[in-house]
Structure formats: C-alpha cells, structure tokens
Write a protein that binds this ligand. Sequence first.
Ligand code: UDP
Ligand code: MG
Length: 310
Amino acid sequence: MYLSVVIPVYNESANLDTLFARLIPVLDGLHKPYEVILTNDGSKDDSQAILTRLYNTRPDVIRVIQFARNYGQHPAIMAGFEIAKGEVVVTLDADLQNPPEDIPKLLALIDAGHDVVGGYRGNRLDSTYRKFISKMSNIVRAKITKIEMRDQGCMLRAYKHNIVQLIVKSRESTPFITMLAQYFANNPAEVEVAHEERHGGVSSYNLYKLIRYNFDLVTGFSLVPLQLFTMFGLVASGLSGLLVLYMFARRIVLGPEAEGVFTLFAIVFLLISVAITGLGIIGEYVGRIYLEVRQRPRYVVKSVLGETKK
Ligand code: UDP
Ligand code: MG
C-alpha cells in the first residue's frame, strides 16, 4: 500500500462530511492504493455515527478506530500509526484547517527522497493571542530541545514508514509525534501549506491545556530546565556566600546592626519562590518518571471498523 492518512477526531461532527467530500477525491486522484484511518478520540457528539455512515460508503479504503474515552490528539494519531500499512503516512486534522488538497505537495517531497515532510502554516488564521503563544513556545522549545522545526503545531505532515515505526516504538506515555519525527529524521523537509479557519466546531485547546502541553514538551525532550536550576542555585550560593563574608566583616567592625528588614524580606520571598518553582520543575520530571514506570497502555480501543490488523 502506498499511502495511509491518519486523522484524529474529537467532536468533529460539523466537519466530517466536508472532510470526506474533499479528501477522498484528492486521494483517488493519486491513482495509488491508499487507506484513511480515523481515530474517534472519545467524542461526545455524534462523530461515531457519522464515521460509521462514511465507513459504509467506502469500506474499501476507510478504517475507524473508536477509543473508549478521550486520550488526546497524539495518542489518537499513535493508534492510527500502529495499524497503518502505507509506505508513506500522512497526518491531517479533521477540522479542515489544513486543506487535504495540499497532500500531493507533501508526497512530492517524500518521493524526492525526504523521510519527514512537515507543513508550516503560511498565513496562520488563528487568534492573535493563540499565534503569540505558539510563537513564544516555538522559540523556547527550539532553544531548549535543539530540535529545529518551523511550526510544530501544524499536523499536516508526511512520514516514511520507517519513521512511523520508530515513533510507534517510542513507548513514552505522552508522545509528541511531530517532535519525535523530527528527532528521528535523516533528511527532513518543510513546505508551506495553506491554513484556514476552523470549518466548524471549536478548538479543544484552552490556555491551561496549551501551557501543560508546552511543559510536557520541554520536559519530554530535555533536561535543560533542571540544569538551569542547578546553575541558578550555584550562582545564588556564590553571591550569598559573599554577602555572608561582607556582613560578618561589618559585624566585627561596626557591631550589631538591625536595619533593612524589608529588603531582607524581599530577598527571602524571592528565594523562597524560586525554591518552590524548583520543586515544581523537579516534580514535572518525577511525574513523567511516574507515568513511564506505570507502563499503562496508552489508550483503550472500544471498537474498530474495517481491518483491525496492520
Ligand atoms: N483532537 C483529538 N483529541 C483531542 C483534541 C483534539 O483527537 O483531545 C483532534 C481534533 O479533532 C482535530 C485535531 O486533533 O482533528 C486538532 O485539534 P484542534 O483543531 O482542536 O486543535 P487546534 O487546531 O486548535 O490546534
Ligand atoms: Mg484545528
């Protein structure tokens, strides 16, 4: 099989029909064997009923995985990866923000020898605030993890099968597919893809989820936060040591003094908050270790329509 298209679906009943109407002609137009794997990530609307109806219209190319509950976008894609048969695997969002018509563009680069092709959103149509958050987290992420990628949030991407296998083998409990792919890639390429407003429904990411996502991303790929913390501790200890020597000298020369209590408070508050932040950072890593050692399955599948095997 040439191509597998993997699509995570969470409350997308407003988009699925249009998605199909646009995606299937593009894929048929390739004139190569393909499959579309949709993972219903515990949707609370009638996405499953629509997926079942769509499956019945083209059971030859469609497979639907239904999760028992909501596990998140990346686990949903991972489930598709685990059973994908294509030599090339393309991921796509269900909300039509990235047009399915751009898939041949990615495939052309894969055929030209690249093993990972990432889309980046040229004219990104999200709220200014959303774009600002993405921009900031992109800069921090690139600096801290040393993984260069123009737009890690763009899910219109294509991977060679061996890269998908490596991603599936990465057993971490919170997988970041785009980052893992870029990390494993030998010859990555990037291409501009169009970006539209959400066709229907609402984005399921809010500010809290975005912040959590970025913490997980950074702690999942780097120890830099811990190392920065150690460095800060060393510098602060050095400076405090000097201060102690200075105060000691004053004590001997001038005798006891008791002013500057509020300055002292300010400094103490600062250092205590820094210490609490440090505990939090350690906690992030301990939490990740906890998730990993538990080794729970990443998701539970309730049902599969179409072939269940790879
Ligand atoms: N999605 C999912 N599980 C979730 C959240 C989202 O499978 O818990 C899917 C969603 O249906 C869509 C894609 O992941 O196909 C991207 O989600 P969304 O459009 O909400 O994110 P945004 O475009 O705002 O980054
Ligand atoms: Mg979206």
